[in-house]
Design a protein around this ligand. Structure first.
Ligand code: CTP
Length: 436
């Protein structure tokens, strides 16, 4: 299949029509435009692409303004950045809506290792823009101008070969030091595309992970990539994250040999997918690493990661539940198990389950996850009120008492109501006795 055929196969009729609008305007303006990055890579390897990224070898904002004026019925500007000269636009073609990013070619500089890149110049020639990118396979551009439509521009000279040979190769020796989050991106692409690291890239990755020159400035980017990569829930990602020391981007020290294997962890998480928020899978994997790291390091490092409150709560819950393991081991009844586990976030429960070596303990986690956590009371505080009992701590005692009986004795709804009524009557008698 030639490249034009691949392009036709990868894009829908509507997407191709939208891009033909871009072609017309760019040709009229006499400027070069390209598809760039992931979309080109994915078209070439016959893989579904994520986003439409259009690179304008000039001013993308000016291009976008002219484009939206000419095709006002089909194109709308969603966002614009006048400093970076980028635009997000929405196409409406027939009944279909889809977005695209327009970016001006630009050059960037890193003031020091892992700093946020600073914009140097916009509207630069394609080759200069390509230099700031991460991997050769992400650095290909495909012309959208009519005179060389679909021609591939392989400015690094390795992109096409590396796609052919399945290799992830950085563009220059400082790439990982400039932006260590690229190490995690490399792992993500290896897993998603089934590619491997090119030899020199592998050595440079090792060197970067050994050095402590990078600062915390790129923790946001690292967090984003680690989340995306580990959330893929692939044993390969977690096993390599550990074996290649990529975890060092998050925590400098842990006892690697004790960390459970990715196959096991993925299997357990997969079995608990309905119980957890799948956006938080990466935090379960991080708990596996934090569990074998010096405790004082965990606090410092999660702080650097700037976790959201809910994310931080998962890590904290993981350690709190771990400190209650003996209690869980000794738990005899369903209610005892429920009372311990129900206090913690589901992801913290699953993380502890992943580390459990005892079958009896694992059974308790599964009993909670698969059954107990879904058992809910059919009565509430409002029903207690109907008995004329004054609101207070007694409400909690009645509801907990009913739940305890329900969990421990598998009560039917009628049985539950009867237990509840008895508890309410007892409580009412007690308060009346106190008054008299
Ligand atoms: N990029 C980079 N360094 C990063 C992140 C991104 O050099 N830390 C560059 C890459 O060359 C990438 C482009 O910015 O092609 C856009 O990044 P992103 O949107 O993450 O990737 P896509 O190209 O859209 O590819 P995909 O979504 O398929 O991963």
């Amino acid at each position: 299949m030639n490249i034009f055929q691949k392009y036709q196969k990868a894009l829908s009729n509507e997407e191709r029509q939208a891009l033909s609008f871009c072609t017309q305007v760019a040709d009229d303006m006499g400027i070069k435009i390209y598809l760039v990055g992931g979309i080109v890579r994915d078209i070439l390897i016959n893989r579904e692409f994520n986003d439409i990224d259009i690179l304008v070898e000039d001013d993308a904002v000016l291009f976008g303004d002219i484009l939206t004026k000419k095709f006002a019925k089909n194109i709308e500007i969603l966002a614009r950045n006048d400093k970076f000269k980028t635009l997000k636009i929405k196409f409406t073609i027939g009944t279909k809506n889809f977005e695209a990013d327009l970016a001006s070619t630009r050059s960037e500089v890193y003031e020091y290792p892992s700093a946020l890149p600073i914009l140097a110049e916009t509207g630069v020639v394609l080759k200069k823009d390509i230099k700031r990118r991460d991997f050769t396979v992400n650095a290909l551009a495909m012309s959208l101008n009519s005179k060389d439509f679909c021609q591939i521009y392989d400015e690094t000279e390795n992109g096409l070969n590396d796609i052919e040979n399945g290799l992830i190769r950085i563009l220059h020796p400082d790439s990982f030091m400039d932006d260590p989050s690229r190490i995690v991106r490399g792992l993500k692409y290896r897993a998603k595309l089934n590619f491997s690291l090119e030899e020199t890239t592998e050595i440079l990755q090792e060197q970067c992970l050994k050095s402590d020159k990078y600062t915390n400035d790129c923790q946001d980017r690292i967090k984003k990539e680690v989340k995306e990569t580990l959330n893929l829930l692939l044993p390969y990602c977690f096993n390599r994250f550990v074996s290649e020391n990529i975890y060092k981007l998050i925590i400098s020290q842990t006892s690697k040999k004790d960390i459970p294997n990715g196959n096991l962890v993925c299997k357990i998480i997969d079995g608990c997918k309905n119980f957890i928020d799948t956006e938080n899978i990466w935090l379960i994997f991080l708990c596996m690493i934090f569990n074998f790291a010096p405790f004082e390091l965990v606090g410092n490092n999660t702080e650097k990661l700037a976790l959201k409150r809910k994310e931080q709560a998962i890590i904290t819950d993981f350690f709190l539940l771990k400190s209650e393991l003996e209690l869980l081991q000794n738990a005899k009844t369903n209610y005892d198990i429920y009372e311990i586990l129900n206090k913690y976030s589901p992801e913290a429960v699953v993380a502890n389950l992943c580390l459990t070596k005892e079958t009896e303990l694992a059974d308790k986690y599964y009993l909670y996850i698969n059954k107990l956590k879904d058992i809910k009371l059919s009565v509430s505080g409002e029903d207690i009120e109907k008995f004329g009992i004054e609101n207070g701590i007694i409400y909690k005692e009645i509801l907990n008492g009913t739940l305890k009986e329900k969990l421990n004795n598998n009560l039917s709804q009628a049985e539950e109501k009867s237990v509840f009524k008895n508890l309410c009557a007892l409580a009412k008698n007690k308060t009346e006795d106190l008054i008299n």
